[in-house]
Write a protein that binds this ligand. Structure first.
Ligand code: SF4
Ligand code: SF4
Length: 121
């Protein structure tokens, strides 16, 4: 696929906020979400490429204008990329999880740690 594929353009107007887990747990969508272990991610972008719904975005940290709190600011300044999944579009098909070559993606429930989620599979 060429660089001029039908992928949506990179956005530069994202507003990132910390999501309250209690709010998220009340949503009607399945309570399993796709988690990312940034220490394992090799930035290959295979997940972004393979997602059938184009709902994974790897964004440049340079788009961050303001952050809520020091931790987020440090994270935004030191990150190689900002990994975003549009949770409203994600169908939980798991293709990205299967495709990830470094096991960085996984299913997780709100409030769980990764090991606990894996044990529940
Ligand atoms: S689970 Fe499926 S729909 Fe959701 S981000 Fe991964 S590939 Fe895309
Ligand atoms: S497929 Fe895995 S390693 Fe590659 S960019 Fe996605 S999360 Fe990172």
């Amino acid at each position: 696929m060429s660089a001029t594929s039908n992928k949506p353009p990179f956005y530069d107007d994202y507003e990132l906020k910390v999501v309250d887990p209690n709010w998220l747990a009340t949503r009607v969508k399945p309570k399993r979400h796709i988690g990312l272990d940034p220490d394992l991610c090799i930035l290959c972008r295979a997940c972004e490429d393979v997602c059938p719904w184009d709902c994974i975005y790897m964004l440049s940290p340079g788009i961050v204008d303001q952050t809520e709190g020091e931790n987020l600011e440090t994270a935004a300044k030191t990150a190689e990329a900002i990994f975003v999944i549009d949770d409203n579009e994600c169908t939980r098909c798991g293709i990205c999880v299967d495709r990830c070559p470094s096991d960085a993606l996984f299913y997780i429930r709100v409030g769980d740690q990764r090991d606990k989620a894996a044990a529940n599979e």
